[in-house]
Design a protein around this ligand. Sequence first.
Ligand code: ADP
Ligand code: MG
Length: 569
Amino acid sequence: MTIDGNTILAESLKKQGVEYVFGIVGIPVIETALAFQSAGLKYIGMRNEQAACYAAQAAGYLTGKPGVCLAVSGPGLLHCIGGMANAQVNCWPLLVIAGSCPEDHEGIGGFQEWPQVESSRLYCKYAARPPSPRLIPQHVEKAVRLAAAGRPGVSYLDMPGTLLMAEVEEEKVPLEYYSAAPVELAHAAPAQVWRAAELLRAARRPLLVLGKGAAYARAELQLTQLVNDTKLPFLPTPMGKGVVSDESEYCVSTARTQALLKADVIVLLGARLNWMLHFGQPPRFAPDVKVIQVDINPEEFHNSVKSEVAVHSDIKPFVEALAQNLSKSKFSLDPATNEWWQSLKQKQKANTEFVEAQAANTSVPLNYYAVFKTVQQNIPKDSIIVSEGANTMDIGRGLLLNNKPRHRLDAGTFGTMGVGPGFAVAAAMWCRDYAPGKRVICVEGDSAFGFSGMEIETMFRYKLPVIIVIVNNNGIYNGFNKEMMADIQSSGDVAQCTPPTALSGEVRYEKMMEMFGETGHLCRTVEDIKAALKKALEETEKPSIINILIDPQSSRKPQTFNWLTESKL
Ligand code: ADP
Ligand code: MG
């Protein structure tokens, strides 16, 4: 009996626990996708490799096992590169597999010939071409292991057409190749836990920062318990939202700037002191702040600022050990009397009042705050929120709450636009398999939606009831209303006078639903949004598009600091 490369690859992925494959087929991977399905993998065909790559990494983040992205050779693989970089920067597990030109056509101008392993290397922890069919199981094991182990990231396997089609004697192929048991979680050294606890006990203004590493570590129960027992104020990063509920009374997101600036001891749990946390430096942090840094990846320690205590540990066992230590000394703050808590609460109150006042202004055209408040009030509280766009994502983050971990997927550390529809496809697949009835709400800026909007067809084909909410302001950051745009464009050469941030006015994105014989929702008022969401929530087997036309000049509340701190040069 012989077996071909496609089947060996499919069986090897199955053996390593892979569940989902997202991709686009063509020469030489059509039979590959068929072999995947025969082996019991789920294959979701998408409309652009980049979106498929985003979907695969979201599946990886949600399940803890790398999702696979399957692409054709040359341009197919190159379209995946943006997705690979996004996964690598986000520390999400992903395995990209691409067909490549037959080996006997290499070097003489083969069809879609490209140095694919070399091209991928910069975006990967591991990139290789199995040298023979017999070695495919070994490379798949290694690719999956490297993507998921330690700090998660990306693996790439290059599969020439000749390798996929090669027939070999079945008994010569180690199909039962081992799948390594999950490694024991790395525990913190007891002395480090003790030092961390000592620092916290001595702190006057302690703060917990919960990152997406804590979400990936599935430390939600331990962290919720720690927060409830100690009453320490906590601040989630964007995708750390929901590890401990945004609705917890100890969440200080509404006093974020103040909390970061004034804290004297910060416990950094699965987050990096990169641009998203303003590098941990003044003017956004106190110059003498002491950082207790907990990370699975020791290379991250002391990045940008020196940590007082650097704990090499998985988040879960560290938090358990810390909680145990703190409970022995009955450590707990009293928010009613504690000075730090009092100052945070004051700030929270002022900020909340500002936002409430904005949201209460429901005059048409609507502003962002009124839109997000309405969305928040009219969706199930346990929905997965996918979000991208500039203002849409930034303002929405404060108003769209998460009370479950790994329920927010956004542009992330790399700030990538175009991720939304791909993430939403993966999240909706995950809901169908693991949380039936749970909804995915994909909140997109109009510009962001344009990058991958065609994935609406994928959502229809796979019967995924994603609710796409487009917050449409006719542009990037801000746009112009139709009359202003007409004036501007009539003032000179169209390519010289059209503002780079402008998009066409009042584009009817909801009409994409008509391509499938369905009707979308166009909204201008709060009542329109409520009615549209109600209808969309009744759909259980198809997506909806809710296109909300807002004031093109609506913007964010004035910030104390510029979004990115000034250059240090
Ligand atoms: P955020 O965007 O929320 O700030 P980052 O992506 O910057 O989060 O940081 C996540 C950090 O979490 C990374 O440094 C990564 O190494 C770390 N990490 C990932 N998984 C775990 C885990 N299981 N235990 C501890 N740290 C983890
Ligand atoms: Mg816009």
